[in-house]
Write a protein that binds this ligand. Sequence first.
Ligand SMILES: Cc1cc2nc3c(=O)[nH]c(=O)nc-3n(C[C@H](O)[C@H](O)[C@H](O)COP(=O)(O)O)c2cc1C
Length: 241
Amino acid sequence: MKITVINGTDKKGVTYKLKEIFLEQFRENAEITEFDLPKDGPGFCIGCTACFMNDQNLCKDAEKVQKIEKALLEADLLVFSSPAYVFHTTGAMKAMLDHFGYRWMPHRPAKEMFGKRAVIITQCLGAGGASTAKDIKDSLSWWGISYIRKCTFKLMSDIKWDKIPKKKRDSMARKLRSLARKMLSIDYSKPAHTGLRTKTKFLVVRMMQTALGKTDPEYTDYKYWKANGWIDNIRPWKQSN
Ligand SMILES: Cc1cc2nc3c(=O)[nH]c(=O)nc-3n(C[C@H](O)[C@H](O)[C@H](O)COP(=O)(O)O)c2cc1C
């Protein structure tokens, strides 16, 4: 089994500890690839739109973005971790997600994503953990992933792991280990079920791409949809394994 982890902070703090507890049951048998942001991530998107309009390999950060994309596409399970920074995911995570705008469904989604499973782990001191998870989930669901599990914590005490009361640390660990057991029990040889919401989004975008293709058959995103057979009767959730 392959797991790709994107860490929204490279600090070995609370987020790191929580992510490690989740991963401990996988360590023995899984091949785990981790990207610690901002260290292993691309720089800020500068809005050149080369990825949208032309080719993602023209991005100034293509090497780093494509390395992350390859690891995401090869993984059975995707894990994202982030603390809340002013009610949202870290700037480093957002900077990375911006680079995958071209993979949103209205553009050129990867068919593999429709069968993936993902876990999002977020934590905050008091408020903002849920909106942080939503920042990440918005991208994942627009990439085509239906199976997304969120695990959000409010520390309500201290932001240093050792100063968090043991009772609280234990309860967070129990929740993470229980989610890990559930994720371990999945048969990853079968793709995740694609939900109705994802299918509806896809079909609405398909109508849009069909109309765009009539106006300009050379339009980059339309050509991609056409080449995948999605303008015709092929569907990515049947191709994702
Ligand atoms: C810049 C910054 C902004 C933060 N914003 C919030 C916030 O909006 N809400 C909150 O409850 N905690 C906030 N925190 C606390 C973090 O979410 C987190 O609990 C803390 O940084 C410990 O996690 P870490 O060791 O992984 O960094 C913030 C921390 C930092 C450094």
